[in-house]
Design a protein around this ligand. Structure first.
Ligand SMILES: [Mn+2]
Length: 327
């Protein structure tokens, strides 16, 4: 009875101004959910003023989403409100510039999220609508519409579907409920191609050229059964390394930079890490960084180092270390 709890709670407060807060660099799930909620509130509580507040701005994809919806103001701050609703945001830190203000503010706070809230948020919240089994905040917001029997119009359906697809990574993290919701929203007249279009990004031309050059200059090495891809570019080495993994390498090492100062980006597949146990940050980039008089580190399958040396030299010692670790 999440929706009923929400509407009863707001009815009991009779607030005159509600702010809907999104996390910094608000993503399409946060913005889509905030948009749908503002619509819901306008239907249920027409006398309540509703402002969406995204303190540190919104992401590029979120701007694309908003450009497809009827124009709505997104504020970066607020001076007064008597109700706050945090969406897709589980800690005050995520509110960036207004985090202290919100932590100190003494007004009723509702949290709607698919992440578990921080202790601080839990203490402060008057009402928690949290479901960490939901694929997205959009999925929770949709269930509130359903329960309160408020019709979803085409724009709201579009916003929620973009949010769902973004956060579920196009249904990689999805339940039967996510598919049911998607089917319902498509039946509201949303064009699936338009939704995918909002979420597609065209890479910058220089990044695409760097990736293609990395492929053109590629050296392939076999160590045991592993395919190792070596290359160099002047910039976008991390993106180039990811591209080489997509092409089929198990491990990609791409040097970026000019002349003496170089950066090395390493990427591997999950299978490579699971079967070799080689942690790129700890076992490869960190020691390499020291050897080339710089620094290095990172995660198991994505790491980097920088230091002094030319392309051939850096790749040579990196491969030497790699052979030792894999033998
Ligand atoms: Mn989310």
């Amino acid at each position: 009875m999440l929706g009923k709890g929400l509407s009863d709670f707001i009815l009991s407060l009779k607030p005159s101004k509600c702010i809907i807060l999104c996390h910094h660099n608000a993503d399409p799930d946060a913005i889509g959910s905030a948009y749908a909620l503002s619509y819901l509130f306008n239907v249920l509580f027409p006398s309540m003023d509703v402002h969406i507040v995204a303190p540190e701005g919104i992401s590029l994809l979120s701007s694309k989403l908003l450009s497809r919806l009827p124009s709505i103001d997104i504020y970066s701050d607020f001076d007064w409100a008597d109700l706050a609703v945090m969406v897709d945001t589980c800690s005050f830190v995520q509110l960036g510039s207004i985090s202290d203000k919100m932590a100190d503010l003494d007004i009723p706070l509702i949290v709607i999220d698919h992440h578990l809230p921080s202790e601080e948020v839990k203490c402060k919240a008057s009402l928690l609508i949290v479901n960490d089994n939901a694929s997205s905040t959009a999925e929770i917001v949709f269930s509130i519409f359903e329960e309160l029997k408020v019709d979803v119009n085409r724009d709201v359906a579009f916003a929620l579907l973009v949010g769902l697809l973004y956060d579920s990574r196009r249904f990689i993290f999805a339940s039967s409920n996510s598919f049911r919701m998607a089917a319902y929203l498509l039946d509201c007249g949303v064009d699936y191609g338009d939704v995918l279009n909002v979420l597609s990004t065209q890479m910058d031309v220089s990044e695409r050229i760097a990736r293609l050059k990395a492929a053109q200059r590629l050296k392939i090495l076999r160590i045991k059964d592993w395919i190792i891809a070596l290359s160099h570019v002047s910039s976008f080495e991390a993106s180039a390394a990811r591209a080489l993994i997509d092409l089929g390498a198990d491990l990609a090492l791409v040097v970026g930079g000019e002349k003496e100062l170089v950066r090395l980006s390493a990427r591997s597949t999950k299978r490579f890490y699971e079967e070799t146990g080689l942690h790129l940050g700890r076992d490869l980039m960190e020691p390499l960084g020291k050897l080339i008089h710089g620094g290095g580190g990172g995660h198991a399958t994505a790491a980097g180092a920088n230091g002094v040396g030319d392309v051939d030299y850096v790749l040579k010692i990196c491969v030497k270390m790699l052979r030792e670790k894999l033998s």
